[in-house]
Design a protein around this ligand. Structure first.
Ligand code: BG6
Length: 498
């Protein structure tokens, strides 16, 4: 007994990294649209202007310790060639969606994850009426998916808060965004009724801590702002679930967590305690969204730091009454933490997406330091099932590589090896541990701009896109070796892995 018959195999994308067409169809800007491209060594920057005409840029992305724009700086696009904004063209899904969905269908996808760009539907985030052209664009995309029997999975907010809300309200710091989001979600539910069944509220909600601008549109992010933003997203998520349950009972609304098992580097209990605390810092977000209440350790941490929750009457009751219908997660590998920072451990400092991590001597990493852990999905599945006993779905897993094009294809055996090991681990969770699972989605199935680095060179896709770090290229799509491997894997419902 392997994966269930109805297992949802497929791939995942996000508008700000993939869609492009930023100035088309009456769309408004999102926080991602004022972020420049970065590289292996240079962080992405948010560009800004002040009223005296001064311009500049500040890294507010993953891995950056900066948390604020300078006083009076307003994020905006700086015209001219000085900066390049990768989200504006990205992989041009806006004009290639028919071709991409056809290729995914031929690969065997049962599910295609995409995000709706909120500011394509409500250009300022809180307009009175939705933008019809924006609604229609995704409607065409969903029709195309349905044509091939592909189930869309829609993320309502994937690192793309409407820029206007970020500027006017300091993003999710303000309660105003709660109602604006619920109205946006409800507009989508109504418009796409019968075409979309599965929604996720916030992508990797726990990344508010590591990347508050990216995750919650915070232009100024002190610990109180971060707590406010998390609270408002929890509340918005619960009210979205409530809206769905009351008016669209056929829908399933999920939460989405960035997860990677955290190991202690040594058997020193201090390292094990640190690992547990690091996991708890992540699981706090799923505790609230799946169990409906703040865990004690988090409330104590807030109390110690003088942080208060911006609750109004009945808010906590709403959060308790409307947890999400299922849990979804990204899982790319694992992390290691230690209290023993010496020459050995320092060598691996900064590995992967998590701070305070060190290299794992047992695991291989890619060029960006992300450790491939062949057991991570089984550990993830057990962690979630044992804690929440809920339906779960791995909606992101994959490996970034500086692919080389040869004979009009990419011989990406490294990607096949990665997928083989990871899917095997998930299969063990289903087969040996008896954990029910909804599906597996490979991240970045079609090449797209990386989120952390803002570069195209960090490719995840099984489908190659001819575009470089500056948006130059024909945008031609080419199938890599991994495309054919995944096709066989899906055809056999995960039985054919070798
Ligand atoms: C997840 C995000 O964190 O990881 C995606 O949900 C992102 O948006 C993916 O692209 C891979 O990260 P990166 O930085 O390599 O693009």
């Amino acid at each position: 007994m392997g994966f269930p018959k109805e297992f949802l195999w497929g791939g995942a994308t996000a508008a700000n990294q993939y869609e492009g067409g930023v100035f088309e169809g009456g769309a408004g800007l999102s926080t991602a649209d004022v972020m420049t491209n970065g590289s292996h060594t240079v962080r992405r920057q948010v560009t800004w202007k002040k009223s005296d005409g001064t311009i500049g840029s500040t890294p507010l992305c993953f891995g950056s310790s900066e948390r604020h724009l300078p006083e009076g700086a307003v994020p905006c696009i700086i015209e001219g060639n000085q900066y390049y904004y990768p989200s504006h063209i990205a992989s041009d899904f806006y004009h290639h969606y028919k071709e991409d969905i056809r290729l995914c269908a031929e690969e065997g996808f049962k599910c295609f994850r995409l995000s709706i760009k909120w500011s394509r539907i409500f250009p300022n985030g809180d307009d009175d009426k939705p933008n019809e052209a924006g609604l229609q664009f995704y409607d065409h995309v969903f029709d195309e998916c349905r044509k091939y029997g592909i189930e869309p999975l829609v993320t309502l907010s994937h690192y793309e808060t409407p820029l206007s809300l970020a500027i006017r309200y300091n993003g999710w710091n303000d309660r105003h965004l709660v109602q604006a989001f619920v109205k946006y979600a409800s507009t989508c539910f109504r418009y796409y009724q019968g075409k979309v069944k599965y929604y996720l509220t916030f992508n990797e909600i726990n990344c508010i801590d590591a990347a508050p601008y990216v995750t919650a549109g915070l232009i100024h992010a002190d610990p109180q702002n971060i707590a406010n933003a998390a609270f408002h997203q929890f509340l918005a998520s619960s009210l979205t679930v409530k809206e769905a349950h009351e008016h669209f009972p056929e829908l399933k609304i999920g939460m989405m967590l960035a997860y990677g098992p955290v190991y202690g580097y040594t058997s020193d209990p201090k390292d094990q305690l640190l690992a547990k605390q690091a996991e708890d810092a992540t699981l706090f977000y799923s505790d609230v969204q799946m169990l409906g209440k703040y865990p004690n350790y988090k409330l104590e941490e807030y109390r110690r730091n003088g942080i208060t929750l911006p609750t109004h009457q009945d808010d906590l009751k709403t959060i308790a009454s409307f947890p999400c219908d299922f849990l979804s997660y990204s899982c790319y590998g694992s992390h290691v933490v230690t209290t023993h920072m010496d020459e050995d451990t320092k060598a691996g400092e900064g590995n992967g997406a998590m701070s305070r991590t060190v290299a794992n001597p047992y695991l291989k990493t890619n060029a960006w330091g992300w450790a491939t852990d062949p057991d991570c999905l089984r550990i993830a599945a057990n962690t979630f099932y044992n804690r929440y006993h809920c339906d779960q779905w791995c909606v992101e897993n994959g490996i970034g590589w500086n692919d080389v094009l040869e004979d009009n294809t990419v011989h990406d055996s490294y990607r096949i090896d990665y997928m083989k090991a990871n899917i095997k681990s998930l299969k063990e969770a289903a087969e040996i541990d008896g954990i029910p699972m909804m599906g597996y989605l490979y991240w970045g199935c079609v090449d797209m701009v990386s989120n952390g680095e803002g570069e195209m060179a960090k490719r995840y896709g099984q489908i190659y896109v001819d575009a470089d770090n500056h948006g130059q290229g024909s945008m031609k799509r080419l199938c890599k070796d991994s495309y054919y491997w995944y096709q066989k894997c899906i055809q056999s419902n995960g039985e054919h892995l070798d």
